[in-house]
Design a protein around this ligand. Structure first.
Ligand code: SAM
Length: 385
């Protein structure tokens, strides 16, 4: 039976997520602030968790209500038939998104909701579930805006950016969901070589390789919260997982990842191996200033270092070198640069043909597209004469 589903994502990724949900079979996907709503059945919830690249959490709304005070709120949460959704032996955790001055903080709301859930269990079964803030079996999510609240069962549990392939962390890895969203925005297809010349832990390269071969990113995960629901249907889950795995292709994409830092390359190597894409991603330790030209039109994706770790004079040098490498090594190609260092973009010395506002956590960033002409513009105009 179809019901409402909410998928949360980062600000700026709503449209790409809505397209993705539509392509996976979601009914009536609608972009909302930091999310997408659609209709689908429980099997579709399994599919979303396994296959989504640009979503963070898949939520099933249980109850929407208005309240005036704490007692109302507690009573409404208690009115949900919790024992029908999960066994009392399962551990729970509640997180709250609060946009209301009715409550002093989100922790208080979570506590109130936990009390409502436990009281309902105690009422019906004589027992209450235990709370586990670290690795709960059941994740519950509460959204409060002014005097309205929605209570959700979070089918994902751990956020979906935790794919399960990341073995090693280097400094400042990009969220996998953000990397996948950025790649979708670039419109990259496996018919073009992809260069990731400041790859760090290789998030862009791995996500691109998974996209190229249609590998569902959720298949590396240990599990999802919905597996602890009473309604969980393991056979249906296996069928859906198998269906997705059977659609994996071998598209022989050309993805070139490199980084100047040996430690980053080691971490990238582990991650690439764990994601099973070592035949797709060609990895090397290299200074991006010394790379050989690709020889054909390519897409370059760059997430250069920024912020506190660089001195202003180093930022100017780095970004002007990026501009120069793009113009000379990657003439005829297209580059997309994702950075929070808005002031530094001017040192690139190229005019962006697109600017997109995105967020890396709470940090405002820009994604800029640069199209590099093969030969200078002036030369092209002379050729016309
Ligand atoms: C912000 S991190 C990239 C993080 C990456 N997107 C990830 O998800 O792990 C920037 C990377 O640029 C690399 N880098 C800096 N200067 C470089 C250069 N001249 N050539 C190649 N890589 C460079 C750093 O070693 C670092 O790994």
């Amino acid at each position: 039976m179809n019901s409402e589903i909410l998928i949360r994502t980062y600000a700026g990724l709503e449209e790409v997520l809505a397209q993705e949900v539509g392509k996976l079979g979601g009914i009536n996907p609608q972009a909302i602030v930091r999310g997408v709503t659609c209709q689908g059945d429980e099997g579709f919830i399994y599919k979303l968790n396994l296959a989504l690249r640009t979503g963070l959490r898949v939520l099933k709304p249980l109850h929407e209500f208005e309240f005036r005070n704490n007692e109302d709120f507690h009573r409404e949460v208690m009115s949900i038939d919790w024992p029908s959704y999960f066994d009392v032996k399962k551990t729970i955790s509640v997180d709250t998104l609060l946009f209301s001055d009715r409550f002093k903080n989100s922790m208080f709301v979570s506590q109130l909701a936990k009390d409502g859930i436990c009281d309902r269990f105690r009422n019906d079964t004589g027992k209450r579930p235990f709370v586990d803030g670290h690795k709960p079996d059941i994740q519950i999510s509460v959204y409060v805006r002014n005097y309205k609240a929605v209570v959700y069962l979070d089918s994902s549990g751990e956020s979906l950016h935790i794919r399960g392939y990341r073995a090693n962390n280097v400094i400042a890895p990009l969220s996998e969901v953000l990397a996948a969203g950025i790649l979708s925005m670039t419109g990259w297809s496996h018919h073009f070589p992809l260069y990731d010349p400041m790859c760090g832990s290789a998030t862009f390269s791995i996500e691109a390789a998974l996209m190229a071969d249609k590998i569902p990113p959720g298949i590396f995960r240990e599990g999802f919260s919905f597996m602890n629901w009473k309604s969980f249907d393991p056979e249906l889950f296996s069928t859906i997982r198998e269906g997705l795995v059977n659609r994996i292709e071998d598209n022989k994409a050309q993805i070139f990842a490199s980084d100047i830092n040996r430690r980053a390359v080691e971490a990238a190597k582990d991650n690439i191996y764990r994601a099973g894409v070592e035949d797709v991603v060609q990895l090397q330790t290299a200074d991006f200033r010394k790379l050989d030209p690709p020889g054909k039109k390519a897409l370059v994706i760059l997430n250069p270092p920024y912020g506190e770790r660089l001195k202003p004079e180093d930022i100017e040098k780095l970004y002007s070198e990026i501009g120069s490498v793009l113009k000379h090594t990657f003439a005829g190609s297209e580059a997309w640069i994702f950075s929070a260092a808005e002031d530094a973009f001017k040192y690139i010395g190229l005019k962006p043909s697109r600017k997109i506002k995105l967020f890396n956590g709470s940090l405002e960033c820009k994604l800029l597209r640069f199209e590099m002409y093969a030969g200078s513009k002036k030369l092209k105009m002379n050729e016309k004469k």
